[in-house]
Design a protein around this ligand. Structure first.
Ligand code: F1P
Length: 349
């Protein structure tokens, strides 16, 4: 182990695949309770979270729409606290996601939601004893995803797996557990095979801005990976939907830009055409995905659960970029592991 790997964030990233497996087992053990929910009885399905867990909510809402065929939205928890965020459309299924289970905004939304009997609550967290966990009609806690680092890596991935497994059950689709071992094996292989690439790329200081592109659930993941880079290395970075990138943001591209594509299988050619466009303006590019990419899953795993494979190598990229600039990835500038606010003046209407 080199000196630079002597951070908890590093250990949390490289050990994450065990937490993925636990997440699948824990959610599938609750199948009977989950299938009691009648999706057609809800007027609205909302996923909420803050920061990383808001981006996870975005990925989850997209997955929910494609797997169940029902409409679902993702919102930052705070948007349900301010006046425009009223929930007044009948019974709601609220899926609240929080690593800590103690973030003030999320906790406040869920406790008000319960008090006002607005519907049912599913909580996804890494802390089963947290106040948020205790408020769930169904609570899913993945302890193995817990972290010492401020930055969410293993926790995020474990909760992605949990929410994807939950949605698979709600959509009455095949069991995720049949792919568990292959998912773990592929995740570990990716870390082993591409860690050097992540490190090399991170040390390329000619790159001064990074764009992550992704469609569907990969857009939420693109935002999360961009956040890793922001938090740990304070790199200028943003995430966009693939085709949105041409509608203005592409103006930012130059020869100091890295564009990272989280490639889908279904729209690979169309997404690749955006990547071809950015190379004309001098950008470096890195493609990640199941086939035809630089970071190659080649997993053979069907469905959206394998989106978790987009995470570990790019989390390592954020980690190594921090280290390459002499920053401490465990303790990023200006942020804390949990945001706790005095919320007494805020009401959900
Ligand atoms: C979410 C959060 C994020 C932030 C950081 C630490 O907390 O505060 O907003 O990006 O990564 O975690 P939680 O509600 O998921 O515990």
């Amino acid at each position: 182990m080199t000196q630079q790997q002597n951070y908890v964030t590093y250990d949390e990233i490289i050990s994450q695949t065990d937490a993925w497996c636990d997440a699948i087992d824990i959610v599938e053990s609750k199948t009977a309770k989950i299938t009691e929910l009648n999706l057609s009885s809800y007027h609205q399905i909302l996923f909420i979270g803050c920061g990383s867990t808001y981006y996870l909510s975005m990925a989850a809402a997209s997955l929910f729409r494609s797997i169940t065929g029902e409409m679902a939205l993702a919102l930052p928890s705070s948007e349900l606290l301010f006046p425009d965020g009223k929930i007044n459309h009948g019974k709601v299924l609220l899926i609240a996601i929080s690593r800590s289970g103690t973030t003030s905004e999320t906790l406040r939304v869920v406790s008000n939601f319960k008090e006002n009997k607005l519907g049912d609550v599913i909580v996804i967290t890494n802390y089963g004893e947290s106040p948020l966990s205790k408020l769930g009609d169904i609570s899913i806690a993945i302890d193995k995803g817990q972290e010492k680092s401020v930055v969410q890596t293993r926790s995020f991935a474990s909760m992605y797996i949990a929410v994807a497994t939950l949605i698979q059950i709600l959509g009455s689709k095949e069991k995720i557990s049949q792919h568990k071992e292959l998912l773990k094996e592929t995740g570990n292989k990716l870390i082993e095979k591409y860690e050097n690439l992540a490190n090399t790329l991170a040390n390329d200081h000619t790159i001064n801005q990074v764009f992550y592109l992704g469609s569907g659930p990969r857009y939420g993941l693109a935002n999360e990976l961009s956040l890793k880079l922001k938090e740990m290395s304070q790199t200028v970075t943003e995430a966009y939907h693939f085709f949105e990138f041409r509608h203005g943001p592409i103006s930012m591209v130059n020869d100091r830009t890295l564009v990272i594509g989280l490639m889908s299988e279904k729209a690979f050619d169309q997404e690749k055409s955006v990547i071809e466009d950015v190379t004309k303006f001098g950008a470096k590019t890195l493609l990640i995905g199941e086939t035809g990419t630089d970071i190659l899953f080649n997993s053979g795993i069907p469905g959206e659960i394998k989106n978790v494979l987009f995470l570990p190598v790019m989390q390592l990229f954020g980690y190594y970029r921090a280290v390459s600039f002499g920053k401490n990835p465990d303790s990023p500038m200006n942020i804390t592991a949990v945001v706790k606010l005095d919320m007494d003046d805020l009401v959900i209407e």
